[in-house]
Design a binder for this molecule. Structure first.
Ligand SMILES: Cc1cc2nc3c(=O)[nH]c(=O)nc-3n(C[C@H](O)[C@H](O)[C@H](O)COP(=O)(O)OP(=O)(O)OC[C@H]3O[C@@H](n4cnc5c(N)ncnc54)[C@H](O)[C@@H]3O)c2cc1C
Length: 403
């Protein structure tokens, strides 16, 4: 962190930049390709009894790693596959889990079980995997599915299915374990918005992770990383991580700038980081958080902390929307609309507007609602409201971290 003097509207102010100090940059030798094994300090479920969700609050130690981050950055985790799934694969294929298999072009080898646990992606099928697998069986059905003209049927088959499904569905296989693993891709890391401020928690990094569980094609499916974090990661364990900087999602340079944050569900994560950072800043602007989830009684993530921040004046406004508490579903965008006049005033006063969380529905609804608010409160046409929002985006005053 460094402080710079800046001239803004003729007034000299202290600006807190989000740059890393030269020492911080130099010390960090850990990276995506050389991850740091961070120790788990805490791992708790934030949801209360009766919730249909499981959201983990995880605290990791970065002690002696030289790693640091700024609010808005992400943490990458290199996950491991579910040991039960790996054991089922090895058993059903009658493989020897201790057999050495080559895992890359350089010829590095690992025992099969370890390779399936920590090196390869086994929960997702690709067109290439299925098409190449067709050469390893006499199964006519798979050979037909792998033909180029059946690409739509192939896509439909792959949706919600994994390697175990493929091997079960299209045997008998004339393939060695090596031939099968040679089809697989390397396990990709998962990214998580950091939920803590490094300045407020030196040497720690906190995450807010929603466990992904669903049923597809007659089998219970578990998200690789989120369920590992939920079911198989305890205090004292270590996990490989790296910092992924995010240059497109940062606090305003001038700390007295007002910020509006919309973060339902796990979308709250970077805003916990923002609020913690604001709490340790000497100069601060107003802060407004919109949070949303299903039930207030069981799903109000970080409720106590947020209420304390309200009491202490770190958080100026907190609006929460719960979609399953009433007959009519209430979402964050409804809370924005209820407060449309004030929200527009904040924007007109120079506030930054941030959105984090669900890309498919929430971020689109929030975007539409912003346009509606600008139209209504600014007395402008839809085109003009869109131009206003584009302009905010150009000024980096409308930032999104959606997934
Ligand atoms: C920049 C960024 C920041 C992120 N921040 C966070 C964060 O702070 N907290 C957080 O929890 N997540 C966050 N994510 C998402 C996170 O990276 C993972 O994608 C998520 O945890 C799932 O990973 P997984 O390994 O558990 O699941 P995977 O094994 O990767 O499985 C997920 C896949 O399962 C499938 N799937 C999921 N649900 C269903 C369903 N109901 N029906 C059918 N198929 C389904 C989908 O194909 C989905 O892509 C972020 C993502 C990005 C890109």
């Amino acid at each position: 962190m460094i402080f710079l003097r800046k001239q803004l509207s003729g007034v000299k102010i202290m600006v807190l930049t989000v740059e890393r100090s030269p020492e911080q940059t130099k010390k960090a030798t850990y990276s995506r390709t050389n991850p740091f094994r961070a120790e788990v300090l805490k791992n708790i479920n934030l949801n209360g009894p009766g919730s249909s969700k499981e959201t983990r609050h995880i605290e990791l130690s970065l002690k002696d790693s030289g790693l640091s981050y700024v609010p808005g950055d992400c943490l990458g985790i290199i996950p491991e596959n579910d040991p039960e799934l790996v054991a089922t694969l090895v058993k059903e294929m009658e493989w020897d889990g201790e057999e050495l298999v080559t895992i890359n072009k350089q010829g590095d080898a690992l025992p099969l079980k370890e390779a399936l646990s920590s090196h390869f992606e086994i929960t997702l099928l690709t067109k290439k995997i299925v098409q190449q697998a067709a050469a390893l069986t006499d199964n006519e059905e798979l050979k037909k599915l792998a033909e180029p003209e059946n690409v739509n049927e192939l896509k439909e088959y792959m949706d919600g299915r994994d390697l175990l499904d493929l091997l079960r569905d299209f045997g008998p296989w004339h393939a060695t374990a090596q031939e099968v693993v040679s089809l697989l891709r390397k396990m990709p890391p998962r990214l998580y918005s950091i939920a803590s401020s490094f300045r407020a928690n030196p040497d720690e990094v906190h995450l807010t992770i929603g466990a992904v569980r669903y049923n597809a094609n007659g089998r219970e499916r578990k998200g690789v990383c989120s369920v590992q974090c939920a079911e198989r990661l305890e205090a004292g364990d270590t996990i490989p991580v790296f910092i992924q900087q995010n240059k497109h999602f940062n606090l305003p340079e001038a700390p007295e700038t007002d910020i509006i944050m919309v973060g339902p569900g796990t979308g709250i994560a970077p805003f916990r980081s923002f609020i913690q950072e604001v709490s340790v800043n000497e100069t601060r602007g107003k802060t407004w958080l919109f949070f949303g989830d299903q039930h207030s009684a069981s799903d109000f993530l970080y409720q106590e902390e947020l209420e304390k921040y309200m009491e202490d004046g770190v958080l100026t406004k907190l609006d929460a929307a719960f979609s399953r508490d009433t007959d009519q579903k209430v979402y964050v965008q409804h809370k924005m609309l209820e407060n449309s006049q004030e929200l527009y005033q904040w924007l007109e006063g120079g506030a930054y507007f941030y959105v984090c969380g669900d890309k498919q529905y929430m971020a689109k609804d929030v975007h539409e609602t912003l346009i509606t608010i600008i139209e209504k409160e600014g007395g402008v046409s839809r085109d003009e409201a869109e131009a206003y929002l584009n302009d905010l985006q150009k000024q980096k005053r409308y930032q999104r971290d959606v997934y």
